[in-house]
Design a protein around this ligand. Structure first.
Ligand SMILES: C[S@@+](CC[C@H](N)C(=O)[O-])C[C@H]1O[C@@H](n2cnc3c(N)ncnc32)[C@H](O)[C@@H]1O
Length: 276
């Protein structure tokens, strides 16, 4: 469960579980619905042949490397990733060193709300599943806009946890899990807020793509560990042992028999800064 909490993501280094965090990010990235979502962000980022790209909250650097592989090599092309976590920046650097990239790639530790770049540095700036963890997501967006050149692109993707859907035989018990997850996040409903945030920030050429990411039983259990969640929630007084047992049995039997559906909406939003 800790994997989902904003307290984990806002200070990954403090958790001292960086390797688990890295495994989790790789696992999520390997899921086809999240690959499709990332593809859409890349498509919008690369539309006008950018040379300077920034990924805010870049995690393992996998998306930075992916973008660098798609950029046309030129003397000035550069992809930069920033992340608050030193451990993740170290991981990102070692992955980039191991990749044979013809485009310049750079990683820095930085806070999303206080980027160490001059105004209008980048042609396109993105962030994926980061704003939900920021104390001030609006400030994060303004900072992304500040470092984007006039007429450049800002692309943000984030999940809306309020839209989590799990088919199960105990919907009222499941509702308690939803509330528990929402309470663990700083901005669980950031997804649905993004279109208006973009509008309020003065971005134009607004595009909104909402995709429902299918969450397989295997992914959910690998991601959070079902028994770990049930134990944690019983200890927190959310469930009685009996309720937790009934819910776990239902979910496990559905998972084992393939009678399983879970999904979550992912918002992907594109905007352009005012051209000078
Ligand atoms: C859920 S992960 C997503 C990582 C990456 N974007 C991806 O798609 O794999 C959230 C990332 O945001 C970073 N993060 C959290 N708060 C941050 C902040 N205030 N400034 C910069 N990065 C932050 C975390 O260290 C983590 O790498």
């Amino acid at each position: 469960m800790e994997h989902l909490a904003s307290t984990t993501w806002s200070d990954v280094d403090r958790t001292q579980h960086s390797s688990r965090i890295i495994d989790y990010l790789d696992l999520l990235r390997s899921q086809p619905p999240f690959q499709r979502m990332k593809e859409r962000t890349f498509e919008w980022m690369l539309e006008a042949g950018p040379e300077q790209i920034l990924d805010v909250g870049c995690g393992t650097g996998a998306d930075v490397i992916d973008l660098a592989e798609r950029l046309k090599a030129s003397g000035t092309a550069r992809v930069v990733g920033v992340d608050r976590s030193r451990d993740l920046v170290t991981e990102a650097r070692s992955r980039a060193d191991a990749a044979d990239l013809s485009v310049s790639v750079e990683f820095r530790t930085a806070d999303a709300t206080d980027l160490d770049f001059p105004d209008a540095t980048f042609d396109a700036v993105r962030t994926d599943r980061v704003l939900q963890h920021l104390d001030q997501p609006e400030q994060g967006l303004l900072e992304m806009i500040r470092v984007t050149r006039p007429g450049g692109r800002v692309v943000i993707s984030d999940v809306d946890h309020g839209g989590l859907m799990v088919d199960c035989s105990h919907p009222m018990l499941m509702q308690r899990i939803h509330h528990f997850v929402e309470a663990a996040l700083t901005h669980p409903w950031i997804g649905r807020r993004l279109p208006v945030m973009f509008r309020d920030a003065g971005l134009s050429d607004l595009r909104v793509d909402v995709q429902v990411a299918y969450l397989s039983f295997e992914f959910i259990t690998q991601m959070v560990g079902l028994s770990e969640v049930m134990t944690g929630m019983t200890q927190a007084g959310v469930f009685t042992k009996r309720e937790a047992g009934a819910l776990a049995e239902d979910l496990n039997s559905r998972g084992a028999s393939g009678r399983w559906y879970a999904g979550i909406p992912v918002f992907i939003v594109h905007g352009r800064t005012v051209a000078s």
